[in-house]
Design a protein around this ligand. Sequence first.
Ligand code: OGA
Ligand code: NI
Length: 348
Amino acid sequence: MGEVDPAFVQSLEHQPKLDIIEAEGIPLIDLSQLINSSDNDSSLASLVSKVGDACKNWGFFQVINHGVPLKYREKIELAERKFFALSKEEKKKVSRGEANPLGYYDTEHTKNVRDWKEVFDFTVMNPTIVPASHVPEDKELREWVNRWPQYPPELREACEAYAAEMEKLAYKLLELIALSLGLPRTRLNGFFKEHTSFIRLNHYPVCPVPELVLGVGRHKDAGALTILAQDDVGGLEVKRKTDGEWVFVKPTPNAYIINVGDIIQVWSNDKYESVEHRVMVNSRKERFSIPFFLNPAHFTWVEPLEELTNKENPKYKAYNWGKFFVTRKLSNFKKLDVENIQIYHFRI
Ligand code: OGA
Ligand code: NI
């Protein structure tokens, strides 16, 4: 066993068990009905109820027949492999910084422990407008601009084409989720006109001590929802709501894994929970994954939707998404002495 930098080592209670539990139960939902359905169609109603059950019981589901042509995924996955195969020196030419956190990065922390991974981030809107700082009183805005490496030259186009497909799928999912909450189909769409969504290329290198570290430490996704493409290696684990066990999400070819993020938890006033998940690494195989994080416009005030708080009181006070987002980015960028920002800080 090689020496491993203690910055990566998880505390005992968070070290992964290598004898994994496979999640038979994560619902697999076939979206093919969506193509020919209208609002009052009974097949749409059954799809909506499957999505609602999955959001309530797991916070996670997989989708097949989602309408994203395979070629977009193949192109981005190939370009991703070529990029991460470059030398560190070459990759660092597009390093992310504190002011513009887009591009390459290999020292991300989750809950102040270093992740065993390297990433490349880009936003779907270019530029993306965000607050200039996390300080609440500071009203200044800033533009984040995507940075593209010289090699492989096809990366940019592959990423942009993939992002356009993810956006289309995200709206379909958002509409299903709105319907499943008893809301009009497009109730949530307006929050995303000037969205801050981003895509992350993740590379989890082979690791000599997979029992001590995590590719991504336990966390909940802060945005509205996440659409994840994982390769055939596997490593994603989801915290099962019924018993708190970590269960392994078995890779399904050409499926996407969808999870509810913190914002949907708040909008739904806790009807749907954003569920904790983490990534195990592997001593034999490197792994690649590509999450798309659907995030609203920076000026969005996130709070429980009025329609869903009629009978009970709202469980959260409103928070500004842009400030939340840049605060979180900062805490992932460097090790802080305090816990990073979480939605429960806004609980009433
Ligand atoms: C994330 C994440 C899962 C994976 O980046 O937020 O949960 O399988 N990734 O890479
Ligand atoms: Ni995540």
